[in-house]
Design a protein around this ligand. Sequence first.
Ligand code: MTE
Ligand code: MO
Length: 445
Amino acid sequence: MTLRHGKAERSIQELYRDDPERADALAFNRRGALKGAALAAMGATVGAAIPFARTMPEGTLPALFARPAAAQGTGAGAGPQVLRMDGKGPLILQGERPLNAETPEHLLDEPVTSYANFFIRNNGGIPEPAGDPRAWKIRIDGEVNAPLELTVGELEGRFPVVTRQLQMECGGNGRSFFQPQGRGNQWGNGAISNGEWTGVRLRDVLQAAGVKDTARHTGHFGADPHLSGDPNRAAISRGMRIQKAMDEDTLIVFRLNGQPIPQVHGAPVRLLVPGWPGSLSQKWLTRVTLLAQPHRGQGMGGTSYRVPVRPIVPGSNNNGADFADMESMPVRAILSSHAHGTRLPAGTRSLDLRGAAWAGDLTVRAVHASVDFGATWTEMQVAAPANRHAWQRWTGRVALPSDGYYEIWYRGTDSEGRMQPHVAANWNPQGYGGNPISRAAILVG
Ligand SMILES: Nc1nc2c(c(=O)[nH]1)N[C@H]1C(S)=C(S)[C@@H](COP(=O)(O)O)O[C@H]1N2
Ligand SMILES: [Mo]
C-alpha cells in the first residue's frame, strides 16, 4: 500500500524510514488520528486491521518498523546476522572482532540463563584456555596490608563458597533506542543474563589481604589481548567504589550453572558485579588492585560508562569531563513469551505473557503491559527474586478484542517508584542507560 507523497508513490514503510516526520504527518493527516485512506494504508502496511487505531500515537513509528533489524528475531527487511558457535543458540551477531552477540528477548525465557543463551561481550580478543585452570593465579595488591597471590584452587579451598543467581547487564544495553544513535554495539534489550554463579566473595579475599583505610576504589585486570596486539594495552580495565566491592553479592566466580565457566565468558575465573555495568565483571581475571583514587584503566573516564549529571543536547559534542560513572543500572523489563513480529492464529483473544525484569541494585515493584498503545495498562504478577540481585520473572494475561495488529507495550517500575520512560532519556555520546518502554509487534489472524 502506498501514500501519495509529492509526485512519487512510496510505501509508508519507506517513507517512515526516509522521512519519519513527513510520513507521520501524512499518515495521521495532521489531526492526530488515523482515518480513512491513511488508516487503510497503515493497516495494509502492518499487514492487518488495527483494532486500537484510535489510540495509535502520532509521532511514534509502529513497532513493526521501529525496532532495528539487528534487534528483532523476525520481521521485515534484512534479517539480523546470526552467531554460529558451538553450544550457542541463534544469538544476534553484533560483531566478530571483537566478538559480540546479543540474546533475542524470546530466548531469555529460562529462569536461569543457560550457556546457549548467554550474551557475549568482548572488547579485545579471547585468550587461549589455561592448561591447568586450578593453577591460574590472581593477585590482590595496592592499598592492602599484604598483597596476595592465590590460585583458583586456593580460592576455592580457603574462602566460603557461595552460589547465587545474579543478573549481569551490559552498560550499553538498550543503546539502539537512542536518537541520535550512540556509539557502540546497537544492543536492543538482550545484553542481559541471569546465571547461577558459584565463587567466593571479593570482600573475603580483600579482607584476607587487609584493606587499608586509604582504599577507596578498585581496579580490575584480565588476560585478554588488546585488538591491536600491543601487550602494553588492556582490552578493558575498569574499577568501582570500594563499597560495591564489599557487597556480599560481588563475587570472584569459577562456575556458571554448576559447570566450569566457558572460555568465552571468562574461564577460569572472573568477577561478577551484579546490577552495575557488566564491564566491571572482569573476565579472565588476573588482578584486583585497591586504590585511593578512581582507577584510570581502559574504559574509565571521559564518556566511557559515564552519563551526564545534567542533561545535554542530544547529538552534541561533549568530552564527559563532568559526567558521572554509571553505577546501579536502571529498571528494565523484557518479554520472553512472544518474539517481536509473532503471528498468532485468527481468533486468539488473550495472550499469556511472560518475561523478566530487574533494576540494578534495587528490586522491581511492578510490571505493566498494554495492548492499546498505552491507553490502558494491565498489572502483571512479579515474582520475588531467587535472591538479592537476581532478576524477577513476571507473568500476566492481556485480552485482545479482535484479530489484527497489536503492539504489546511492557514496562517495569523499580522499588523506588521509577518507571521506564517513553523514550530513551538523558542522551549521552556512548548511549548508556537507554531503558524506554519496550514494544513488540504481534499479528493475530
Ligand atoms: N577481560 C574482559 N572482561 C570483560 C570484558 C572484556 O572485554 N574483557 N567485557 C565486559 C563487558 S563490557 C561485559 S558487558 C561483560 C560481558 O560478559 P559475558 O561476555 O560473559 O556476557 O564482560 C565484561 N568483562
Ligand atoms: Mo558491557
